[in-house]
Design a binder for this molecule. Structure first.
Ligand SMILES: Cc1cc2nc3c(=O)[nH]c(=O)nc-3n(C[C@H](O)[C@H](O)[C@H](O)COP(=O)(O)OP(=O)(O)OC[C@H]3O[C@@H](n4cnc5c(N)ncnc54)[C@H](O)[C@@H]3O)c2cc1C
Length: 466
């Protein structure tokens, strides 16, 4: 009887709470919109054109347009109550000020590639600022720089650079360019950022106030060869695949900075490519090699082999899928038996969609000091590993495939970086840790230097995510 009484009280309380909280939330949404209209008085860029409420016909297509990980577009995923697609910095400023004033969280989305969907998912009432309309690219060949708005894709950037020069590019990722040019972050010259107070700052004026929404980047362009030679070599287990991958660890990170070999391990095959003289086990033949221009190579590396380079401008061409990714850093070559031991795991049913990419570091990454750009995986790391599993089609019981990958990740524990086990920030993996449902506070996380800076700049932790 007592428990029935308790549950009745709970039920009544829950109903009361829900019925009070809905109008409160609706009210704050309404006030937020009123605030946007009153704060934004720039008549040449009316903010009303770029506000999409859930009742708007275009809301769903805009929300879904750049979701790359379809795991976060399924029913039940929290959706923003409004999407703002700024045409002008003043739209971002007004959205920040009004969200702060009315207690709404913001999620900022540029390309929507976040592996855990953090640019468009939240567990509180939130606004998405989608920078899709801010996508201009202005290349200056003479000064080897480009001003780029944050909503431009790397494909658009690389296409626009190639229009003006066949021997310039911007290193966009830890992939084929990392050993020669370092990271994208190593090649940033300046940025325009809007801080928690809605003020516009650049590199000079921001000092340590670098938390906010970046809407413009000034990039340093790098010299690339006009022609490159590429190849893909596939090795089956009976062709000594594990021996080749084992050798790869000693060779790929030490190659001169004009040669890059990515190794991929998957259930069916392992593939690598490189010059045969330094790596005879690869068995590379002349007919495996194809010569192409740099921009064609960019397209080839993005796995579009025959498409015209204009594919880089096509945002609908990106390969969306349901996926999960994890990562590791390797400091010492891993014994061959470890690669052999993976074979039976990849043969399991849940291993069928999985693969591992081994990306060599070394070369330029060894030269740049940790203090130059805040990126901790410099000299001493021979390569990074990306573990991925996923499919274009929705996979039933996907959790089983993710658990398989977690098991592979555990299997690697003794052979990768330790204390701490390092991970690559761009391969976002919430298995590593999340905020405790908004209860993690500055005090709890004060062991990190960056937190000390943020607690001064953004004392109410306005810019945050999971
Ligand atoms: C298919 C695929 C391939 C990938 N390949 C590589 C690769 O080869 N190498 C590599 O290094 N990484 C790779 N990544 C990871 C990718 O680089 C990161 O996810 C990166 O953050 C994506 O940028 P985005 O603008 O698309 O992300 P978004 O999802 O838009 O944002 C990512 C995070 O940054 C925040 N954010 C976005 N825009 C801004 C802004 N303007 N100002 C402030 N904060 C902002 C978001 O709130 C979110 O927390 C890949 C991802 C995918 C899905």
């Amino acid at each position: 009887m007592k428990s029935l009484y308790c549950s009745l009280i709970t039920l009544i309380f829950a109903i009361l709470f829900i019925s009070f909280s809905w109008p409160v939330q609706a009210q704050s949404h309404h006030k937020f919109l009123q605030c946007l209209f009153s704060l934004h008085s720039n008549d040449s860029f009316p903010i009303s054109y770029v506000i999409y409420l859930q009742t708007n016909n275009s809301y769903s297509s805009i929300l879904e347009s750049s979701i790359q990980n379809l795991r976060f577009s399924i029913n039940g995923t929290a959706k923003p109550f409004v999407i703002v697609t700024p045409l002008h910095a003043s739209h971002i400023q007004a959205t920040i000020r009004c969200s702060k004033r009315h207690g709404l969280q913001i999620r900022t989305r540029s390309g929507g590639h976040d592996m855990e969907g953090l640019s468009y998912v939240a567990d509180a009432s939130f606004v998405v600022i989608d920078l899709v309309n801010l996508k201009s690219v202005d290349v200056d060949v003479k000064s080897r720089t480009a001003w780029v708005e944050s909503g431009a894709t790397v494909g658009e950037l690389q296409y626009r650079i190639a229009e003006k020069s066949g021997t310039l590019d911007f290193p966009t990722c830890t992939c084929h360019t990392v050993g020669k040019y370092g990271l994208a972050a190593d090649n940033i010259v300046d940025a325009r950022l809007i801080n928690v107070n809605g003020e516009i700052l650049d590199r000079k004026s921001m000092g340590e106030d670098f938390f906010g929404i970046v809407f413009y980047w000034k990039l340093k362009l790098v010299h690339v060869p006009s022609t490159v030679t590429v190849f893909t070599v596939t090795k089956a287990p009976q062709q000594n695949a594990t021996q080749v991958v084992h050798r790869w660890q000693y060779i790929a990170p030490k190659l001169s900075d004009d040669t890059f070999i990515l190794a991929t391990i998957s259930r069916a095959e392992a593939s690598e490519g490189q010059r045969s003289i330094q790596f005879p086990e690869l068995g590379l033949l002349k007919q495996d090699c194809i010569e192409m221009s740099w921009i064609r190579f960019v397209v080839y590396f993005a796995q579009f082999t025959t498409e015209p380079t204009e594919i880089l401008l096509d945002r609908t061409a990106s390969m969306k899928s349901y996926f999960k990714v994890k990562s590791d850093y390797v400091k010492e070559p891993i014994p061959e038996f470890v690669f052999k031991g993976m074979g039976p795991m990849f043969d399991e049913y849940e291993g069928r969609f999985a693969y591992m990419n081994l990306v060599p570091y070394g070369a330029r990454m060894d030269e740049i000091l940790e203090t130059e750009t805040p990126f901790p995986h410099r000299a001493g790391n021979i390569y990074s590993i990306m573990y991925a599993t996923g499919q274009d089609e929705e996979i039933t019981h996907f959790e089983k495939y993710i658990n398989w990958m977690r098991r592979l990740h555990r299997y690697m524990t003794s052979f990768v970086s330790k204390s701490p086990r390092e991970a690559y920030v761009n391969y976002r993996d919430l298995d590593i840790g999340v905020n405790d449902k908004d209860k993690t506070n500055y005090e709890q996380s004060s062991i990190w230097e960056l937190v000390k800076v943020k607690s001064l700049i953004d004392p109410h932790n306005f810019f945050k995510h999971q």
